[in-house]
Design a protein around this ligand. Sequence first.
Ligand SMILES: Cc1ncc(COP(=O)(O)O)c(C=O)c1O
Length: 342
Amino acid sequence: MKSLASDNTSGIHPEILAAITAANFEHQGAYGNDEYTQKAIQLFKKNFGQHAEVFFAFNGTGANVLSLAAATQSYGAVICANTSHINVDESTAPEKFTGCRLVSIDTPNGKLTTAQIAEKIKGLGVEHHPQPQVISITQSTEYGTVYSVEEIKAISALAKQHGLYLHIDGARISNAAVSLQKDFAAFTTEAGVDIVSFGGTKNGLLCGEAIVFLNPALAKNFKYIRKQGMQLFSKMRFIAVQFIAFLEGDLWYRNAQHANTMAQKLAATLRQYPQVQLTQEVQANGVFAILPPTWIPLLQEEIYFYVWNDTLSEVRFVCSFDTTDEDIAKIAQKLAKLTESK
Ligand SMILES: Cc1ncc(COP(=O)(O)O)c(C=O)c1O
């Protein structure tokens, strides 16, 4: 059964699977000492700038946690949104691997503002207090919203003013790039971001994330941090070859564009019903809505999705590279039936 529960419920894009298969007929060096890894790194440099230092990882939690570990000391603090994956969905891995305090900020839409962050940058230089060292934002956010280039630049300027680093959790960075109609560098390298956790898995890869250091000084000891953090893959070429297929042409763009378009179609369907209230702007591939509670299980019979907030009867739909018009039509037809019988 198809699902709109998460972009992780989709499979592997056929072009990615074909690339993995094509890399499977030869022996290559292990642990990144292979041609594919070198080529994939060059593709990242092309997208983010020649100075970028790139390391591959298995999963997004690993990419986030180790990015933070590279930019902090154990007496530090990481400022993030209360909805952020590092705060909600990574158990205590960020705390365990960094030793830092996560200082989370309530946000209505998943986005931090400079005013909110500024309030949390305190105690600098005072030994009694956790020392703010990193601001971590998610692009696109866990609520499917997207920071503008100007918003990221403003956060980066604030970070620099106080000697903090800026990290982006880019598990859905391609959806953000499509939404902004910008290349990756425009809202990372050129916006003063220090580290990006670049996601591939949610956008069609089997598994593959990259830690992209735009501030190369932070990459100095990262090979040790990645090994210690258990994210060094012996058969690295199978992550690298996926990123080659993803970035060499426009697969990253096609997949994200499709997922974002499907989210717009779903939102348009939901907007036709006054009983349904969209709770977030639909800027990437996620759609959040409050539904009449009795409708939720009936719609879930058609196509599965998560209840995001039980109390509010708010649900989350996430579209993928392989969400189809038929998937959206199932929701549309069920909604029509539910309102017809009233
Ligand atoms: C915003 C965000 N960051 C990171 C991740 C990566 O998680 P995982 O460790 O499951 O790959 C996810 C996955 O749900 C996510 O939504």
